[in-house]
Design a binder for this molecule. Structure first.
Ligand code: FAD
Length: 424
């Protein structure tokens, strides 16, 4: 057995049994076992909260040793945060919270046998499984945009090497260059983030490359926080950011990586730096395991986050569909807690709680100008419905916005401590 690590204390007795093509551990022996596929925001939260109950053995399956948060990665692109400050060590999380960490990709799930198949052929048995694989890209929908093209026209929609590549391209771009963001249709990961990216890159240009421009080619006619963004663009970056909605230019249908051009149904645009954010669907393991429906996303019971397609398997985070909750880190964290308590109730008879679902978000318009929104949700008729919404308003004072930008930094520390248990 190679390539996987587990916490050093307790060993296999307290962890999941892993054996290459070996007989499975008999279910029901000892403490119940929960497998978690994906160590991002949803998966790390659910693993940590379940392990914290000390009545369930938790195994986290994730190929990467660290998680780099997408939130605040636009600040990295603009030069205000290091990538190291956005990176969290999953081995430390596992050791500190008595979670078995298997550093490997899951390639299949067998719900009948109650096993996850790993990349090396080993199997991990579970009584319940949580799948939190985030997003995958629908690469076929933009002609010419494949993995090789993404190395020239990065999406930077999964933080890490793609973010570093885009940052390097922005740094080496000559003053006067055109930065194109091709923004996808709904639903997609973090609805305000393409426009936050446009704002912060414009801020960077204003300091260092003032003749440069940002052009957003949008597959939509409206976008999240639109009035707040457009107000900020006219205040901070007059003439620097242009937004073209789908009704003017049509959808992005192809790219030519050799010339860095983006082809929409109406026109071809040539970029100095192109950030192509493709249409999205649930992470591939969800699709391969029969957890997705015709939308490409995973339908779930909003009370427990159990899949409506595969019983005993729960899905949280960006991979789910079925209501008003946006695909955000805060949503993933909130869903993960509700899911953890529902699983604990099912496996150990602990009390059941009605889920309390929230999303709260800080969005930067400039380093000292941010806006916020906060939304509560509740399950209704099998869907997640909005209960109450608060959002910042156009016309708030510079002082209010400065304070929000300051609070956002505090939010980042508190939120990542909740997800990753205070490790970095
Ligand atoms: C630029 C940008 C800015 C953002 N800003 C914000 C913000 O300000 N606030 C906010 O709330 N949200 C923000 N988000 C959104 C947020 O990052 C995501 O919604 C969040 O990460 C979703 O969590 P998740 O657990 O579903 O997926 P992820 O955090 O992406 O985790 C998925 C994990 O699953 C793993 N995985 C996938 N397949 C497998 C497999 N087969 N086996 C094992 N592991 C697997 C992956 O390696 C990954 O670690 C932003 C996103 C972007 C792109």
């Amino acid at each position: 057995m190679t390539g996987w690590t587990r916490r050093q204390t307790g060993g296999l007795a307290a962890g999941a049994l892993v054996a290459a093509a070996a007989p499975q551990i008999a279910q029901g022996q000892g403490r119940p076992k929960v497998g978690v596929v994906g160590g991002g925001i949803g998966g790390a939260t659910v693993a940590r909260y379940l392990a914290g109950l000390e009545t369930i053995d938790v195994t986290l399956i994730e190929p990467n040793p660290t998680h780099v948060t997408c939130f605040f990665s636009n600040l990295y692109l603009a030069g205000f945060r290091s990538l190291a400050s956005l990176t969290f060590d999953l081995q430390s999380l596992a050791e500190r919270h008595r979670i078995t960490f298997i550093r490997m990709r899951a390639v299949a799930i067998d719900p009948t046998a109650g096993t996850v198949v790993l990349q090396d052929g080993a199997r991990v048995s579970f009584d319940r499984l949580v799948v939190a694989p985030g997003i995958a890209f629908k690469l076929g929908e933009i002609g010419g945009y494949d993995e090789a093209a993404a190395e020239i026209m990065p999406h930077a929609w999964v933080a890490g090497p793609q973010s570093e590549l885009l940052r390097r391209q922005l740094e080496s771009m000559e003053d006067g260059g055109l930065f194109i963001i091709a923004a996808p249709a709904n639903p997609f990961r973090c609805p305000p983030a393409p426009y936050e990216r446009a704002s912060l890159v414009a801020y960077y240009f204003k300091q260092f490359k003032p003749r440069s421009k940002v052009l957003i080619l949008d597959a939509k006619d409206r976008f999240s926080g639109q009035e707040l963004f457009q107000d900020a663009w006219s205040r901070h970056y007059p003439g620097m950011i242009e937004w073209l909605p789908v009704q003017f230019i049509g959808k992005t249908k192809a790219v030519d990586a050799a010339t860095r051009s983006v082809v929409t149904e109406g026109e071809t645009f040539n970029a100095a730096v192109a950030n192509v954010i493709p249409p999205q669907k649930a992470g591939l393991i969800a699709e391969r395991s029969g957890l997705t429906d015709a939308t490409g996303w995973c339908p779930v019971d909003p009370l427990t986050f159990e899949s409506t397609l595969q019983r005993g398997i729960h899905v949280v985070g960006d991979a789910i569909i079925g209501g008003d909750m946006p695909k955000s880190a805060f949503s993933a964290n909130s869903q993960a807690k509700a899911c953890a308590f529902a699983i604990a109730a099912a496996l150990t008879g602990s009390p059941r709680f009605p889920p309390h679902l929230f999303n709260s978000c800080y969005t930067f318009l400039a380093p000292d100008d941010a806006f916020t929104n906060a939304i509560t949700f509740a399950p209704k008729d099998g869907k997640i419905k909005t209960v109450k919404t608060f959002i910042s308003k156009v016309g708030e004072s510079a002082e209010v916005r400065r304070r929000l930008a300051h609070q956002a930094v505090g939010w980042y520390s508190a939120f990542t401590a909740d997800v990753f248990g205070g490790v970095s």
